[in-house]
Design a protein around this ligand. Sequence first.
Ligand SMILES: Cc1cc2nc3c(=O)[nH]c(=O)nc-3n(C[C@H](O)[C@H](O)[C@H](O)COP(=O)(O)OP(=O)(O)OC[C@H]3O[C@@H](n4cnc5c(N)ncnc54)[C@H](O)[C@@H]3O)c2cc1C
Length: 506
Amino acid sequence: MSQVLLVLNLLSLLSLSSGATSLSLGSRSILRAIDNENGGPHDYAVDLNASNFDSVIGDTPATFAVVEFFAHWCPACRNYKPHYEKVARLFNGPDAVHPGIILMSRVDCALKINTKLCDKFSVVHYPMLFWGPPAKFVAGGWEPKQEKSEIRLIDDGRTADRLINWINKQTDSSFGLDDEKFENEHLSSNVSDPVQIARAVYDVEEVTSTAFEIILEHKMIKSETRASLIKFLQLLVAHHPSRRCRRGSADVLVNFDDLCPLDMWSPSKQGDNNGEGTLGNFQICGKGVPRGYWMFCRGSKNDTRGFSCGLWVLLHSLSVRIEDGESQFAFTAICEFVHNFFVCEECRQHFYDMCSSVSSPFKTSRDFALWLWSAHNKVNERLFKEEAFLGTGDPKFPKMIWPPKQLCSSCRLSQSEKNNGIDWDQEEVLKFLTNYYGKILVSLRKDKKNLGNDRFDGFLEDLAVSANAVAVPLGAALAIAVASCAFGALACCWRSQQKSRKPRRS
Ligand SMILES: Cc1cc2nc3c(=O)[nH]c(=O)nc-3n(C[C@H](O)[C@H](O)[C@H](O)COP(=O)(O)OP(=O)(O)OC[C@H]3O[C@@H](n4cnc5c(N)ncnc54)[C@H](O)[C@@H]3O)c2cc1C
């Protein structure tokens, strides 16, 4: 049975059985908790607490983390906050000047929930600041007498100036409090380094979150587009490379009718759209997703690459994760998603034309992954000429027929460049794509696998990790298959219940 169907059936079961409902609600409430506890709109530092500390710090793309332990009643902490925020502005948030380097965060030790967490770091006065690699904070701690700890007490950070100086010494950098967002002219393109794609795991999260924000902002969920959004969500639940996006997509899918009621844009509902329970308040990949970072898709200019690069990476990463039986489903889900929800008019029209020119249904994931690769190359070829003519491309990332020789020499058949085109060894291309967008893309996350301990994560992880990476024991696979058949019937009931609820809503 395909993973999409399997996951759907089990999701349906989750929403039917009371115990499982609490699982689904549990993950939603975790997301909400993270939302609510994050700082206000002007706070750059990320508020952490005992329940999100490990997951937010563990999932940051930043190389270092600073954690400030404070108490909200402490006057010195209140006075220190503007200093800390001045530094956090440089590293956190969508307008970060130096994104992806340091996560600036804080924990309020005056909240009961954080007592044990603050004890683990031997917090004896406020504020107390620590520095270290994010992984060392996860499940870690600090003791004053501990030698050789990679977590260090920041002993000279009492003003913004002193804190940034301390950070500069640690990182051998020259960050300044007055730094403004710069054109990334010094960015090295590194296109021939296959390991670079591992950084894109953050980009596929960012692009997913941003895509849903755009969909809402542009009020694109309409009666005629709902089905295609649901289809795409189904694909994300089963095959998104990021666990937290799979979990968030599952939550949206299970609660779709409530989060996106048919009349969600009617004047009477407009006021509710920022309220609890609607999609507007929902972060599909969790609140911890860095924004504006574009780790792999960062352009050397501020207005190049980013979102559309992230979208391609997401689509390719889905294409190498599906099973044969899902290939036509994935094709239509992606084509419809781009057509209905990609706000670049020219892009969606061109892509739609390419989708429409496919004459027979896809039967294998191989064919679909290669079709998407080839479609992307057609876009590259067209844009290469256009951007060269108009001078609008990113000079560090010129369009090219991909993958270049440096990335995959075996992908090209010996020496042949036929009629301006390239004679590809398609099996080698497929092997390359599968490894690049499959295993390597999630390699950073695999290292942090021990971070996720919520049952729903584990449950989806077992079902829906990349097709090339899962080896489900036969017994377990049989058990899942039998269970999913039984769940299928229940799923039908649930779907028909959902359907019968719709007319009342409209
Ligand atoms: C569906 C879609 C249609 C688009 N159509 C248009 C359009 O019609 N006109 C327009 O101006 N812009 C279009 N865009 C945007 C454009 O394709 C680029 O995304 C944008 O110009 C940014 O380019 P980039 O250098 O970041 O690389 P991108 O082309 O975005 O590619 C991102 C990364 O994917 C990898 N890659 C490159 N080629 C391939 C391939 N063939 N297979 C697999 N991986 C590859 C590379 O590592 C590259 O860095 C479209 C985007 C999408 C998602």
